[in-house]
Design a protein around this ligand. Structure first.
Ligand code: GAL
Length: 675
């Protein structure tokens, strides 16, 4: 990626020229004969970056303090001699059996106090000092041995930190949690105040009475649960720091770990992690349990770009075909792997990697797809793998450029944790669903969207969308307020602005922090039963949520014709300072939400890069250093045309006016004039 834009914290950016093509490579599952075939095939496919030693601990340290580097040395030399760079794992992701046998106290404990046994992976407690000590000792050895090896282009700390073990409730975690709380609140009184412990006789008199939010007989304390999420995210980040600090002493190569910005993992607040990565990397798997996996992929890519602060990032894992961990593991359609890969590139990735190189013959992932399938290389998968490598080569010049967006969606892990709490007004309202719904409306309009933190600088945007932003600090609310007052446009959806950072309801009527900005006041939530829907006087429909509210300064755009809030406003628009603030008080049907969004986008003067579609056509522009590239991704079953002038990189054709993109294909045009 060789991108000056990548976050480097004074360290060199990863030095691969162009768009990297890579995979997890687990040679320990195979013998040397296979390794030789592997590197030849990697060269054939154009794979130039392999992640190795991800699960290597039990091989390289087979007994406590006894190291065997022979295989790892041989593999690193072999890939190096074939011009392939190494994304070197620290190997600490899963402890070897000897460690958990020697120190069972490192095993993770679930909320009901049950120990989880070894035999799978990631069987360690993030607060375990014994685990940390052993992990750091291993990193010292690995970094010492390979820190200056010319093949090492990138360091891969652990693997998907917190994928399984983010929340540990053991006694050592309890002690660490108490220490974290003491640092956060200083006095027990301040903690009592923040947690609202006057409720249900929960008032603490000493720190050692406090526990993690272990399973209770009734509902637990919501602020305790939110603080436990904050603590747990920080514990794992601290683990990352300890490994990274060791590597830094031995190597100048950039360091990262693979995030899980994907629909089903929510435990880590990556806004606080991202700044510590030399390059942001993400793993993404299509989740077929979602109603719109295509839009979710684009959302995840845009969120990863947001985490990277707009800089190029790395797609560290995806699958060539089916995964093995969903109830129904859907194979990718022909061409889908190419489209998905280039969607990530269109949205800012300077590298495309996969899990994994060769499909395992044994173990619990043996039915997970790979670049080399069980059936070998005379397969459609392998032909697509080779084609993808050639295509990425043709896109090398795109590396380093950036996506520019006029519209931002605010995304908050804290609102996810807090807003999806156990005792919320409606279990039918889930934070991520509502964020996806807002994103999908923009995606279908062809609008390129940044996903930003609630603490982001919003000034460069024309429209800011805040879906279900339940928890906001005073400063975060003030930033949205100031953005609109200065002429920006905002669209906020229901269940936003309700509580402060301690989950304390903002009094005086909903939506608390945004009442004045939106020019409305609601006195009561009026959620709907799952089978119900309400009709608005515009003909639009809403589900899940309504509220009994009135306007103060806003204009009513639509009202409910029926339902528990019949006659009350459902969509409002408020002129605030030099800007405009919209409120949508129900979960509108997708087409209806898109209608409101279309008006908001147009009024804000935000541009669309592509046409309106059912989401099956994506057009995204990457630009920088006097160059610009238009990606047109056609997920549909019909050919399409897009107006652009320039040079098409995949076919090498000149495009004089209309670019033709065949059904299921992707085209990338270097524009003649940079907009
Ligand atoms: C990721 C993980 C990989 C592999 C993959 C399967 O969570 O990092 O090691 O398990 O999923 O989809």
């Amino acid at each position: 990626m060789d991108s000056p834009a990548a976050r480097t914290h004074g360290r060199p950016a990863i030095t691969l020229s162009g768009i990297a093509y890579g995979c997890d490579y687990n040679p320990e599952q195979w013998g040397p004969e296979t390794w030789r075939e592997d590197v030849e095939l990697m060269n054939e496919a154009g794979v130039d970056l392999v992640a190795i030693n991800i699960f290597g601990w039990s091989q390289i340290e087979p007994r406590p303090g006894e190291y065997d580097w022979s295989d790892l040395d041989a593999v690193i030399e072999l890939v190096h001699s074939h011009g392939i760079r190494v994304n070197l794992g620290t190997g600490t992701s899963s402890p070897p059996p000897w460690l958990t046998a020697l120190h069972p106290e490192i095993l993770p404990t679930t909320a009901d106090g049950t120990t989880r046994f070894p035999g799978g992976r990631q069987a360690w407690c993030p607060s375990s000092s014994v685990f940390r000590q052993h992990a750091v000792a291993l990193v010292e050895k690995v970094a010492e041995r390979y820190g200056s090896h010319p093949a090492v282009a990138l360091w891969h700390v652990s693997n998907e930190l917190g994928c399984h073990n983010a929340l540990c409730y053991c006694d050592e975690s309890a002690a660490a949690f108490r220490g974290w709380l003491q640092r956060r609140y200083v006095s027990i009184e301040a903690l009592n105040e923040a947690w609202g412990t006057s409720f249900w006789s929960q008032r603490y008199s000493a720190w050692d009475e406090i526990l993690p939010p272990r399973l209770t007989i009734s509902l637990g304390n919501p602020t305790q649960a939110i603080d436990f999420h904050r603590f747990s995210s920080e514990q794992l980040l601290d683990h990352y720091r300890s490994e990274a600090a060791v590597i830094r002493r031995h190597s100048t190569a950039p360091i990262t770990t693979n995030f899980m910005v994907t629909a089903h993992i929510r435990n880590l607040d990556y806004w606080s992690w991202a700044a510590e990565m030399d390059v942001v990397a993400n793993d993404h798997y299509l989740d077929h349990r979602l109603s719109d996996p295509v839009a979710e992929l684009s959302f995840a890519a845009d969120l990863t770009r947001g985490l990277a602060g707009g800089a190029p990032w790395l797609l560290m894992e995806q699958s060539t075909g089916a995964v093995n961990w969903q109830p129904y593991n859907i194979a990718k359609a022909p061409g889908q792997m190419m489209r998905n890969s280039l969607t990530h590139v269109a949205r800012g990735a300077d590298g495309v990697s996969f899990f994994q190189w060769r499909a395992s013959q044994q173990g619990s992932e043996k039915f997970h797809s790979a670049l080399v399938p069980h059936a070998g290389t005379d397969t459609a998968t392998w032909r697509e793998v080779v084609e993808l490598g050639a295509t990425l080569d043709r896109l090398d010049e795109v590396a380093g450029t950036r996506v520019v967006a006029d519209v931002a969606v605010v995304f908050s892990w804290e609102s996810w944790w807090a807003g999806d709490g156990d005792a919320r007004p409606s279990q039918g309202v889930e934070y991520l669903d509502q964020v996806h719904a807002a994103y999908r409306a923009l995606h279908g309009l062809g609008v390129t969207t940044d996903i930003v933190s609630p603490d982001a600088d919003l000034t460069r945007y024309r429209l800011v969308v805040a879906p279900c932003l339940y928890m906001v600090s005073d400063d975060q609310a003030a930033a949205i307020d100031a953005f609109v007052a200065a002429g920006g446009h905002a669209l906020i959806t229901f269940f936003s602005g309700i509580v402060d950072q301690d989950d304390r309801v903002r009094l005086g009527g909903y939506p608390g922090a945004f009442r004045e900005l939106l020019g409305i006041v609601a006195e009561e939530f009026a959620p709907l039963l799952p089978a119900h829907q309400v009709t608005l006087d515009t003909g639009a429909h809403g589900r899940w949520w309504t509220e009994r509210m009135r306007t103060t300064t806003a204009k009513v755009i639509a009202s409910y014709l029926d339902g528990p809030a019949a006659g009350d406003p459902a969509i409002t628009r408020n002129i605030y300072g030099a800007g405009v603030a919209w409120y949508v008080a129900t979960a509108l049907d997708p087409e209806d939400l898109r209608d409101v969004m279309r008006t908001a986008v147009q009024e804000a003067g935000a541009g669309a890069d592509g046409p309106e579609s059912d989401g099956s056509i994506e057009v995204v522009r990457r630009a920088g250093a006097g160059r610009s590239y238009v990606f047109v991704i056609n997920h549909s079953e019909r050919d399409l045309e897009h107006r652009v002038v320039g040079h098409e990189l995949i076919t090498g054709e000149r495009v004089v006016d209309l670019l033709r993109v065949p059904a299921g294909s992707v085209r990338v045009v270097r524009e003649d004039t940079t907009p």
